[in-house]
Structures are given as C-alpha cells and as structure tokens.
Design a protein around this ligand. Structure first.
Ligand code: AMP
Length: 191
C-alpha cells in the first residue's frame, strides 16, 4: 500500500485530506475525522466523488463496503477489549446520510464507521448517539454549501460544530492516520 506522501492529492468533497487518509483501495479511501463523535469515528468514501450512494457502480459499492469491513476490524483492534474482537468486544454504528434531507453535509458519499463500546454515551444510553447527532447546529462539512444553501438538520448524524466535539489539528489527524496505516497490513477486508 502506498503512503500518504507518495500519492497524489485526495479530496473529500471540497476538502484536501491526503494526510488524513490511512487506506486506499481500487475504488475507495478511508480517512480520519476532523471532529469524531467518539474516538475512532472514521469515514470511508468512494475515490470518485459521487454525491449519492445510488451513483456508485456495483464494483464501487462492493469495494466501499469491503473497505468498511476492513476498517471495522482495524478499529476493533484499537478500541475494543479484548483488542480485535469485533463480534464480542464492541459494536459499530455504520451510517450513510445519503442526501441533504438525510443530513448529508459534505457532497461526497461517505460511510461513517463509529466504534461503539458499553457505556460510551454515558447515562443517556446507547441510542443517545442519534439524539446527539440530530440536535447539533451548523457544521464544518457544510461550509461550502453556504454559498448556495446550508443543509438544515434533517438526519441523525452529528453536526460537526457540536459543543462536545472539537476540531483536531492536522498533526493530530496525521498521527492517527499513521497509527492505523501501520496496523492495517495484517487486517483483512471482506470474508
Ligand atoms: P455528514 O454530516 O454525514 O455529511 O458527515 C460529514 C462528516 O465529515 C462529519 O463526521 C464531519 O466531522 C466530517 N468532516 C467534515 N469536514 C472534514 C474534513 N475536512 N476532514 C475530515 N472529516 C471531515
């Protein structure tokens, strides 16, 4: 696999995210999040900046979700106890906000892969992640849409300006991407 530095620039919608990327496949890439809802919240995207899930070919769709599976195995190693136990060590919220009415704020298909562990939402309960997502105002991801129309909250996924979520520095994100890249070599994709 190539490193982030010897690849051409890669964009997530309008954003240049080359150094945040830790995995590139034939049709997809995975990147660390500017404002993760919980540690390990990453995104998987098609390399072609399709707007909607239905715009993907069969090959792109299969590759996208095989890549999601691989990132799940990776994240299980990093965030679950015992490490890597995806079936018993923890769970995932895997979500696509497919279109503005569903809350999509970056005009490039992206699958949210969010590792979930017991009690991660505190006393509010497991499904509080959806309340948290729906209640947020504004978003960094939608900044470019402001030129025309900022999507109004409609989906369940977290808006990036949630008071509880802070934007990371480029260095923090690059360090996370480097950590994942180093671990990925022995993490498989689909079954
Ligand atoms: P959505 O609201 O479903 O479109 O999700 C957008 C996601 O993109 C959120 O998880 C944001 O935190 C994330 N995001 C926005 N801008 C960036 C960026 N420049 N780099 C990484 N993640 C980003």
């Amino acid at each position: 696999m190539s490193s982030a530095t010897d690849r051409p620039e890669i964009k997530f919608g309008p954003y240049e995210v080359t150094k945040q990327i830790f995995l590139v496949t034939a049709h997809s890439f995975a990147l660390v999040n500017l404002k993760p809802i919980v540690p390990g919240h990453i995104l998987v995207c098609p390399r072609t900046a399709h707007l909607r899930l239905t715009d993907l070919s069969a090959a792109e769709t299969a590759d996208l979700f095989t890549t999601v599976q691989r990132t799940q195995r990776l994240l299980g190693r990093c965030y679950f106890s015992p490490p890597g136990d995806v079936s018993a060590g923890g769970s995932f919220t895997v979500a696509v906000q497919d279109g503005v009415e569903a809350g999509q704020t970056v005009p490039h298909v992206h699958v949210h892969v969010i590792p979930r562990t017991k009690g991660d939402m505190g006393a509010s309960g497991t499904d509080a992640i959806y309340d948290k997502m729906a209640a947020e105002e504004g978003n960094v991801g939608g900044a470019l849409w402001d030129v025309q129309r900022r999507p109004s909250p409609g989906g369940g996924m977290a808006r990036v300006e949630d008071a509880h979520r802070s934007a990371r520095t480029a260095e923090q994100m690059e360090a996370e991407a480097n950590r994942y890249r180093a671990l990925l070599e022995d993490v498989a994709g689909g079954k």
